[in-house]
Write a new protein. Structure first.
Length: 407
């Protein structure tokens, strides 16, 4: 029997293109199964412990045809006792659909599971990954497994349950029409608030963005679809981060800066251990993205000057000059120089030096690197020239600034 399960799994997956798994009699096994094979937001409605408790009540030699909260189909059979599993164990075929996904399935699933509209896109993508398979084929294969595992003949019984033993009926069309009306009104208001917050972030207006966020957060938490759990709060933070990213992109901040901040925030989200910490992080995100706009927005410049600025900002530590920049963006040096000077009020060489000194200023304050190394890192090969430029812009030498900043 020890080699039969892996062989069965391989055969079924090859024939039906449907996933086959074994859930053992342990919370870890059930938890791992549902984290891998269920929708990305399933933690808000699936309860691994409760499902395992239900599975333990299943009888041998019966195929259980299951439709779950998300309209997904599964076939489950209880396996005979085997040494290689924590008994009892269960063979699970699925998830799968018996017909192509209906157009309104995502919306119906959001309503049924009281999920926020932000989950619509990942849920729809997940649904598109689910295979379509005839229920008759799945049932035939499951019955064949029972006959082989238990050494019996005949046609094992099939019982349909929904979901995992809960006798919940599919809502009526009238229910969906009423819910859809309420859902649309709430969604329109929320999108209006999100748009207002994004507009403030695009302008670097942290005060306005925070005020709008306070209203929006209350709106979200008063929504009956809002489910308070740590995982759901983290998912909301991820959506929040994405919304703010899009706002900053509209300010023509270079993607390098946006990605750097976004990745930092994603790491912080997963490190938080309470909903209150995540709420505070959402406010901090607004402040940090607005700061990014204030420091790196190029929205007021023409496309040509934006290209030049992006080239400069990403090549500060190299030896860059006007002809090289002009060639990189395919314009004449004289034309670029004239337009750049008009829009920024600086010559290109002056702008480059100012940006290099700003970076050096930051490194002198936040790192222990030597002044020589910092000068080289920001693109100055001559220490005396670096010192002169630094003093001309900051009013003191690098050594004097570092000494002053340590006090």
């Amino acid at each position: 029997m020890k080699s039969i399960i892996p062989f069965t799994k391989e055969i079924i997956e090859t024939l039906l293109s449907v996933n086959v798994s074994v859930i053992e009699n342990s919370k870890e096994s059930a938890g791992d199964f549902f984290s891998r094979l269920t929708p990305p937001m399933a933690g808000t409605s699936y309860n691994g412990d409760a499902i395992l408790t239900y599975l333990l009540k299943l009888s041998e030699k019966i195929v259980y045809d299951i439709e779950d909260h998300y309209f997904l189909k599964w076939a489950v059979i209880r396996l005979p006792d085997m040494e290689e599993h924590k008994n009892p164990a269960f063979l699970v075929i699925g998830p799968y659909f018996t017909s192509p996904m209906p157009e309104n399935l995502t919306q119906k699933s959001l309503l049924r599971n009281n999920l926020q509209a932000a989950y619509a896109s990942p849920l729809k993508m997940y649904y598109h990954s689910i295979p379509v398979c005839s229920f008759t084929k799945v049932l035939t294969v499951a019955r064949s497994c029972i006959n082989n595992y238990y050494g019996i003949t005949g046609e094992p019984e099939c019982r349909s349950v929904f979901p995992f033993g809960t006798e919940k009926k599919v809502e009526s069309a009238e229910f969906f029409e009423e819910e859809e009306h309420i859902y649309m009104a709430q969604t329109e208001r929320r999108y209006s608030l999100e748009t207002r917050m994004q507009a403030d972030v695009t302008q670097g207006n942290s005060i306005g963005a925070l005020q709008t966020w306070c209203i929006l957060r209350v709106e979200l938490e008063n929504n009956k679809r809002f489910i308070t759990s740590l995982r759901n709060a983290k998912n909301s933070c991820i959506v929040h981060n994405t919304i703010l990213r899009k706002a900053v992109e509209k300010a023509y901040v270079h993607p390098l800066y946006i990605d750097s901040l976004s990745n930092q925030i994603m790491s912080m989200i997963e490190s938080k251990n309470s909903i209150e910490e995540l709420r505070k992080l959402q406010e901090d995100c607004i402040v940090e993205y607005c700061k990014l706009v204030s420091q790196h927005s190029l929205i007021k410049y023409t496309p040509m000057v934006r290209q030049a600025l992006n080239y400069i900002n990403t090549h500060l530590n190299t030896d860059i000059h006007l002809p090289e920049i002009a060639a990189a963006i395919n314009v004449s040096p004289n034309y670029l120089s004239a337009v750049f000077n008009h829009e920024t009020k600086f010559s290109i060489s002056t702008y480059i030096n100012r940006k290099r000194i700003e970076k050096a200023y930051e490194l002198l304050e936040t790192s222990n690197a030597s002044i020589e190394d910092i000068a080289s890192f920001v693109g100055f090969s001559d220490m005396n020239y670096f010192t002169r430029v630094f003093k001309g812009i900051k009013g003191m030498t690098p050594s004097e600034f570092r000494k002053h900043s340590k006090i």
